[in-house]
Ligand binder design. Structure first.
Ligand SMILES: [Zn+2]
Length: 159
């Protein structure tokens, strides 16, 4: 059996979707929510997967340092990079793929969380990125330890 805890981190960031062809190709921003789901088969002597305050410190620390009030840009989007480098101070975070909510969840899951949690004995099993109140994208490890990326629009279920 594994037990899971979740910590929510809120942040603001700008982005654009390279070669999107629609309005998301324009510079714009979101009030994002990142939900970090962390699991372990073991509990500590107190009965915890991980101390919530440690999980907050690790996840919020990384987000604050790298993504909060930054522009997330695809590393091949030379036009956006050139433009943003004109701005002083320039707070730019280059992504290896387009900065969609799906890819942001994937980046946290694959590139960030393994290192953040390396010393804790717990692992990140799911990361959700909420781009609006009504929609999120998710990267999750399935039973075969494969990464699955999906997106969900709550407004479709409500209307
Ligand atoms: Zn957007």
């Amino acid at each position: 059996m594994s037990l899971t805890i979740m910590r929510r981190i809120k942040f603001c960031a700008g982005h654009r979707l390279f070669q999107h062809g629609g309005k998301c190709e324009n510079f714009h921003g979101h009030n994002y929510i990142a939900d970090f789901f962390v699991s372990s088969g073991n509990q500590d002597s107190v009965g915890r997967v991980l101390d919530f305050s440690d999980l907050k410190r690790l996840c919020k620390g990384w987000i604050d340092e790298h993504w909060d009030h930054s522009f997330l840009v695809y590393e091949q989007d030379e036009n956006a990079i050139q433009a943003l480098k004109q701005v002083k101070p320039c707070r730019l975070f280059l992504m290896p793929y387009n900065p969609t909510a799906e890819n942001m969840a994937r980046y946290l899951m694959e590139e960030v969380c393994p290192a953040l949690l390396a010393h804790t004995g717990a692992t990140t099993t799911r990361v959700r990125i909420w781009e609006t109140d009504e929609s999120f994208a998710e990267a999750a490890i399935d039973e075969d330890s494969r990464l699955a990326i999906s997106n969900h629009d709550a407004s479709e279920q409500l209307s």
